[in-house]
Design a protein. Structure first.
Length: 267
């Protein structure tokens, strides 16, 4: 099992799949593991894909300290790229992973080829926050009701009737409470607005039109702030557009990335 060790001695678990010469890093949402990508990862097997467990989740270490931030997570991705021997990679980040990807592209431009930002946000104070009604639905004391609310934010009711799970997008069930709190704080404190114009990687912004978990209004904000970014909205999709609408989303992402000049070849 491959582990990379960050400068603060935190062990970071990651997996490598696919046989392509180009490396593609797939970044999951808040409080989730590499399993976020399980159902769609094979769609990217023309790449050498890297998926990871954020610090605090899965098989990675779970320190109880102030090392959790979206910018810090980006540094963790660089640690994994170094360990995997990838000088440069294409990057596809969704939800909190998209927030991390923004920092990765801004702070480490030499490591990012093509950039895809899915169902994500520039963060407060410039981004559009979810409504109070959505927040209340997720904070219900009835755990079953709160889980159902989360599922309905991720997927359409029609899709849920034909897909009974398990779901890889609803959080790491074994995550300790301290790490869960720190992930929430890291995502909530994200603010990349000032650095977005410095991103030089060719960028695609993707969002579902029915996403209220991370409101779709964030997509044009990002696309308008990043030079030359392309915006694509997927009609009818909610937060987990990449899974429910994979027949649209995966070819869109692959087509965008492969149209870009090749990134550095591994080895």
């Amino acid at each position: 099992m491959p582990f990379a060790v960050a400068p603060d001695d935190v062990a970071l678990y990651y997996e490598v799949h696919g046989g392509g010469e180009r490396t593609l890093v797939l970044l999951a949402g808040q409080a989730n593991t590499h399993h976020w990508w399980d159902s769609v990862r094979p769609d990217f097997d023309t790449f050498r894909t890297i998926t990871m467990d954020w610090r605090g989740t899965g098989r990675s270490d779970k320190p109880d300290n102030d090392s959790y931030s979206t910018r810090g997570f980006a540094a963790d991705v660089v640690t994994i790229l170094d360990h995997a021997g990838a000088g440069m990679a294409d990057v596809y980040g969704t939800s909190m992973g998209g927030r991390v990807a923004q920092w990765l592209a801004a702070d480490h431009p030499e490591r990012v080829g093509g950039l895809v930002l899915g169902c994500t946000s520039p963060g407060a104070p410039h981004g559009i926050e979810r409504s109070e009604a959505v927040r209340r639905s997720l904070a219900q004391r009835d755990a079953a009701a709160a889980r159902r609310a989360l599922l309905e934010l991720m997927y359409s009711p029609t899709w849920l009737t034909t897909h009974s799970g398990p779901y890889g997008t609803t959080g790491d069930p074994d995550m300790p409470e301290h790490a869960r709190r720190r992930h929430l704080a890291a995502s909530a404190s994200h603010d990349s607005w000032a650095v977005l114009p410095s991103i030089t990687a060719p960028t695609l912004v993707v969002h579902g039109t029915e996403d209220v978990f991370n409101p779709v209004a964030n997509a044009p904000l990002l696309a308008g702030r990043i030079p030359g970014a392309r915006l694509e909205l997927i009609s009818g999709a909610r937060h987990a557009y990449f899974e429910e609408y994979r027949a649209v989303a995966s070819p869109l992402v692959v087509g965008f990335l492969t149209a870009q000049p090749p990134t550095e070849v591994v080895g």
